[in-house]
Design a protein around this ligand. Structure first.
Ligand SMILES: C[S@@+](CC[C@H](N)C(=O)[O-])C[C@H]1O[C@@H](n2cnc3c(N)ncnc32)[C@H](O)[C@@H]1O
Length: 237
């Protein structure tokens, strides 16, 4: 997919959206094999309205979702999720050329995936027995012990919002994810304009100095043109 996609301009959003994807999308985005993580601890941070945790727990993965919006009543999250689907879709409709319409053949298909994720998330979030899986917290400070997780998945927040989150925030947030997890995968590795942030090379150098190994891996998924890579981080810290 990546070779056929040529960047145009950027997706305009006026806020960090409470938005989320399904397990199927996470599997492709992060090259995540849920079978290999059965019984293992996986962090989705930030999760937004992703149904990754709801769906992967049912398949035997010990998943935890983190987002600053958690802790609110489910009705509030559904309202925020619906409003943000509308906000993103409005912007997508104005910038359709910056996306590869292969996985989602139409904007309607994209909206339908988002609605499915929100509804699966809300169903699980509203169950009393799920409460401990949905943790209210914000990067760069996570309420977990060192290496609590086997894998942390960070989708559509770091890099995506590099127009408003700076180098310091990215460095602290990535070091925090590495502190709590043996492996970290972040996607995409570009901003909403499809480009690496200017601080990218400095960020990798600072991570290397802190003992963190970084690798860019191809993802099986590219919707935003130029966004088909994963940043994989590992460390002995
Ligand atoms: C686009 S959503 C995440 C989507 C999800 N990971 C996915 O790929 O489908 C971005 C989320 O970042 C959350 N957020 C905003 N500031 C944050 C912070 N400082 N730390 C962690 N999450 C934050 C928002 O509440 C929002 O739900």
């Amino acid at each position: 997919m990546a070779e056929t996609c040529i960047k145009e301009s950027g997706l305009s959003l006026d806020r960090v959206v409470f938005y989320g994807r399904t397990l199927r999308e996470y599997q492709l985005i992060f090259n995540f094999d849920h079978e290999a993580y059965k019984g293992r601890k996986v962090l989705d941070c930030p999760a937004g309205s992703s149904s990754f945790t709801a769906e992967s727990v049912r398949l035997g993965v010990n998943a935890t979702a983190v987002d600053p919006m958690f802790g609110k009543p489910v009705a509030d999250l559904l309202e925020a999720g619906e409003a943000d689907i509308d906000h993103v879709m409005e912007s997508v409709m104005k910038s359709q050329d910056i996306f590869c319409w292969s996985f989602y053949p139409t904007p309607q298909a994209l909206r339908s995936y988002r609605k499915t994720a929100l509804s699966r998330f809300a169903h699980d979030y509203s169950k009393p027995e799920s409460a401990e899986r949905y943790v209210k917290a914000s990067l760069p400070n996570l309420p977990f012990e060192d290496k609590s997780f086997d894998m942390a998945l960070g989708g559509h927040f770091l890099f995506t919002y590099s127009d408003r989150l700076d180098y310091d925030f990215h460095l602290k947030a990535l070091l925090e994810l590495v502190r709590v997890s043996h492996e970290v995968r972040v996607y995409p590795v570009v901003g909403r304009d499809g480009r690496r942030p200017l601080f990218f090379e400095d960020l990798l150098s600072a991570l290397a100095k802190a003992g963190v190994k970084s690798e860019l891996l191809p993802s099986k998924f590219e919707f935003q043109k130029g966004g088909g890579e994963i940043l994989r981080l590992t460390s002995q810290l």
